[in-house]
Ligand binder design. Structure first.
Ligand SMILES: N[C@@H](CCC(=O)N[C@@H](CS)C(=O)NCC(=O)O)C(=O)O
Length: 222
């Protein structure tokens, strides 16, 4: 399915193309497109049909994973990198701290850390078979991932309690969209972000944003 959102705005000199799957790691950038009000098209890569491993898609993203962004002919993969790149095209949005400001460092910190620690643990919990051969020790992989997830939620909970309501304090940023995405996935995990007080408030607040609701409606998640 190809979804085209064309807002015919004068600033839309190029359109973003995002390869996606329902509820995949595309959710954060998709919501950010809505938040920014830019034009974009979404090309569905149905993971249930293994489309991510097709020759055509592997030629675009050799990892065989979604999301992938194409902008001005440039292919970019990795959800956090895509999010940061898109926000750098729209500095007026204020969703990414100014380059060189101390907050920019914290913004990098959270996006890199979520990508390499939180999101990675989420993947290990959801897909333990990707990390170990055979079926005997899958539960051990999940148990360990569960511990890491809970530890990560503890870290974020403390940060939100002391310096919230957003990851960067009083200012919403792209990092909050990435956190929302992983928190949303976690509803089916043993370690759910929603079981931490401030994380749950963050999740519900993000969920109620018009941009997030629109993204979820378009992805068939409501
Ligand atoms: N680190 C990558 C992970 C992307 C990822 O794991 N995507 C999943 C969907 S949420 C996927 O495409 N899985 C298909 C597969 O592994 O075959 C990112 O953040 O972009």
């Amino acid at each position: 399915m190809v979804l085209s959102i064309n807002r015919n705005s004068k600033k839309d000199t190029t359109i973003y193309t995002l390869y996606w799957d329902k509820g995949g790691a595309n959710m954060a950038t998709h919501a950010v497109f809505e938040e920014l009000g830019v034009s974009y098209e979404m090309i569905e890569i149905d993971l249930s049909k293994n489309m991510q491993k097709s020759t055509e898609y592997l030629a675009i993203n050799p990892n065989g994973k979604v999301p992938t962004l194409v902008h001005q002919g440039q292919v970019i993969y990795e959800s956090a990198a895509i999010l940061m790149y898109v926000l750098d095209q729209h500095p007026e949005s204020g969703l990414a701290p100014d380059t060189g400001s101390p907050r920019r460092g914290v913004y990098y910190q959270y996006l890199f850390w979520m990508s390499s620690s939180l999101q990675e643990a989420a993947n290990r919990w959801a897909h333990p078979e990707q990390y170990i051969s055979g079926e005997h020790n899958l539960q051990q992989v999940k148990d360990k991932a569960n511990d890491v997830l809970s530890h990560c939620w503890d870290i974020i909970e403390k940060e939100l309690a002391n310096n919230g309501p957003w990851l960067l304090g009083d200012k919403l940023s792209g990092a909050d969209f990435h956190l929302f995405m992983i928190a949303h996935w976690s509803q089916r995990y043993a370690s759910r972000a929603q079981d931490w007080t401030h994380l749950n408030t963050h999740y519900q607040t993000m969920l109620n944003r018009a941009s997030v609701q629109e993204m979820m409606a378009q992805e068939g998640l409501l």
